[in-house]
Write a protein that binds this ligand. Structure first.
Ligand code: PMP
Length: 424
């Protein structure tokens, strides 16, 4: 410190150094602002609004009936259990392996053959986003000529992630704006028409942003067609449990694909389902034909991760493993997931009821038919704009409502505002 101060005092202010500074300033002249992220922009606009009436329906994180973020009791209990653990070292391979095992069991079931025969591998990743990115890098590395097929619509960041990994994006039909449900026939056609051995991204439950999921029967047909065309299914699961309140039921789509013998890739996020957004705990898992292949895949994933971010944070991973590894905490977590889902379902019913009571002649059945955290309302960008200007209600411009932001005290105000902007 002293040496540095002495250096600053004795350093001559030469003309060449100021020239370097000006030259240095030119370095970034070519950099213009990036386009705003459609989801983050909603939160920014909400924060800048000083109206006491304002409601944020943009952020996809659970809130209680008072609109407050929730720390789950199972997380508090896990915090108490791990306090004092020496986790300031970077994550040991054993801890990461444990997280992957726990995560894989959550998806495939603890009695699944792949768990017993160790035909899976994976890595702890930086939440769901990091797991997707890790897979996208892996895909490009080993299948540089491949594309990724994304549903229309999908979580907007999927496009950014695969684009950043330099994997070209193609799309497939998913949602039908008229029925506000699944466009199943078009989806099946797109799967059939895609070249053999294509990579597809699928949301196994609580599709973001539409809240529209295929039925079990439809998943079976999709899986069958994937087999016929030898497509690779990559599941992005950020909401397991938050669709039905039942963790096993929400994993059904993936389990159907597994029964059919697919080698599945899966990104998992613990951000929403355990309320651990800030901890960035996720997992990328890939099924393999045998243990030898699993070891090879893991070593390649490790190499990719090492060049991108080294190793993932430890604390959140210990929280998740503690909850999943303790039957009492796991049961408590499952109860808390149910509480979150039940509140969301109640708010869906209340919003629809309120709109119908106001005499809206539009059909609002989709509010209660759709599942998970989001309701794809069908409101146009202009109507969303009007909601901001006249009612201080914020949501993404595609009309996606985060149901977690709806509460007993704001639901009637919201229904009234939606009625006002949609009545003509
Ligand atoms: N996939 C989907 C479909 C999502 O909706 C999200 C969260 N918005 C994620 C992945 C990843 O979220 P995170 O990185 O916060 O875990």
């Amino acid at each position: 410190m002293l040496i540095w101060r002495r250096y600053l005092m004795t350093r001559p202010m030469s003309t060449s150094s100021s020239a370097t500074t000006i030259e240095g300033l030119r370095w970034w002249e070519r950099v213009g602002p990036a386009p705003k992220d459609p989801i983050l922009a909603v939160s920014e606009a909400f924060l800048a609004d000083s109206s006491p009436l304002k409601i944020n329906l943009g952020v996809g994180a659970y809130r209680d009936d008072e609109g407050k973020p929730v720390i789950l009791q199972c997380v508090r209990a896990a915090e108490a259990k791990i306090s004092g653990t020496q986790f300031l070292e970077s994550l040991s391979s054993a801890a990461s392996t444990k997280l992957v095992e726990d995560s894989v069991q959550l998806v495939y079931g603890k009695d699944s053959d792949i768990v017993k025969e160790r035909r899976f591998t994976g890595l702890q990743a930086l939440s769901g986003t990091g797991a997707c990115r890790l897979f996208a890098e892996f895909q490009r590395h080993f299948y540089p000529e491949s594309h990724i097929y994304l549903p229309v619509p999908t979580w907007s960041n999927h496009h950014n992630i695969w684009r950043a990994a330099q994997v070209p994006v193609r799309t497939f039909h998913y949602y039908h704006p008229d029925s506000k449900g699944l466009h199943f026939a078009a989806l099946m056609d797109d799967i059939k028409n895609a070249p053999e051995h294509s990579f597809f991204l699928l949301h196994p439950c609580a599709h973001n942003p539409t809240g529209v999921d295929p039925t079990e029967e439809q998943w079976r047909e999709i899986s069958h067609q994937f087999k016929v065309k030898n497509h690779f299914p990559f599941f992005d699961t950020a909401y397991q449990g938050l669709a039905s309140g039942d963790l096993d039921r929400d994993a059904k789509a993936i389990r159907i694909f597994h029964e059919d013998g697919h080698l599945i890739g899966c990104a998992q996020s613990f951000a929403k389902i355990m309320g651990l957004h800030g901890h960035r705990v996720g997992c990328l898992s890939i099924l393999s034909v045998d243990e030898k292949q699993a070891i090879a895949i893991r070593s390649q994933l490790q190499q990719i991760a090492r060049a991108m971010y080294g190793s993932p944070p430890v604390h959140g991973s210990l929280l998740v493993s503690t909850i999943l590894g303790d039957p009492e905490l796991k049961a408590l977590w499952e109860e808390e997931v149910k509480v979150m889902v039940d509140r969301i379902i109640r708010m869906r019913a209340a919003l629809r009821r309120s709109l119908e009571k106001l005499g809206s002649c539009l059909n609002w059945e989709h509010i209660t038919n759709q599942v998970g955290m989001f309701c794809f309302s069908g409101l146009s960008p202009e109507q969303v704009d009007q909601l901001v200007r006249e009612f201080h209600i914020y949501m993404t411009c595609d009309g996606r409502i985060s149901m977690a932001g709806v509460t007993t005290s704001n639901v009637d105000y919201l229904a009234n505002a939606i009625h006002e902007v949609s009545r003509y």
